[in-house]
Design a protein. Sequence first.
Length: 364
Amino acid sequence: MVIDLRELNSSIISENGNLMRVIKQFVTIIIGALLLLNSVLSYAEKNSTDLNYIVKKNDTVWGICKTYVSDPLCWKKLVEYNQLKNPKYLPPRSVIRIPKSWLIDHPTTALVIAVEGQVSVTHKDTTEQKVLVVGDRLNQQDIVQALNGTAMIQFADQSRLLLKANSTIRMETLQFYDPSQLVNTRVELLKGRVKAQVKKISNKNSRYEIVTPAAVAAVRGTDFRVGNDLDNQGNTVMRTELLTGKLDVASDTNMQSINAGQAIMAIEGKGVSDPVNLLPRPLMEINGARSFQLPHDIQWFPIKGAVSYKVSLMTDSSQLWEMSTDKPSFTLQDLDSGSFEFLIRGVDAQGFEGRNRHLKINLP
């Protein structure tokens, strides 16, 4: 019997090659499954019945119970719940899970600091709509509806939320734990758009979330916009545009993290898409503050990829109006004397609003 060593080697190499391809495919599948599991677990963590408390130096089980739990003698249950082997020492940055049902209810309020146009509020346990005015205090479960107006709302940590026209929100959770400065703010965006400016969080256990049926946006000190509307099939679509900071957007199937200058879309039942870059700021021939007489044409250079443009007129504390235009220009017809700021941005084919060009004006 004659064995052709060349054919044998070729066969072995071929089998080894096939084996390597199978191994690579298997490893790819495992990595994909782990990434999906991590996303699902991250979403589950954000929506679980536990508060994940991050341990600080010199924290004790007894101190945590006294500050956050309604039963100050809960330390035994907390030790058992977290299976702590050495309850006398809690390693810094470790995580202690506290069931939310155990927490002391520290409700706080949000302050209405500016209102323009027609905005109403429906307080918890009532069906009566009242006109929203500056100085009103909003409680948990209150519903705020902006028809042809806007409202600026300030939270306990000085973070702000701009409710835009044709938008509705519900104050799902408003909690503030003093002296730890832990803030737990959760706003449900029922319809429309909001712009949030969140203060940098001093307590790592604080939470600031914007919720829609499609996904949850969780932030830690950032400036971002969120929109909630319906697609042609009637599914909720959440668009999130991040101007500064970092942001996590989680659905019931996956999670994505985005950085400043990116946008992301979540569709109810379909998960969160990959991030895309925001359109750049419009370029103008002028920069800084300027004075002029009305009426006056304001123009900027077209942005590649923009299908339309948004223009917002702002004061220090409120949005006076907002308009859309298909052209890279508009005519300012009438405005009272004073100092104002225009925010001008492009809108792409997916409906994402881009970075703002800030134009300050002074009207005598």
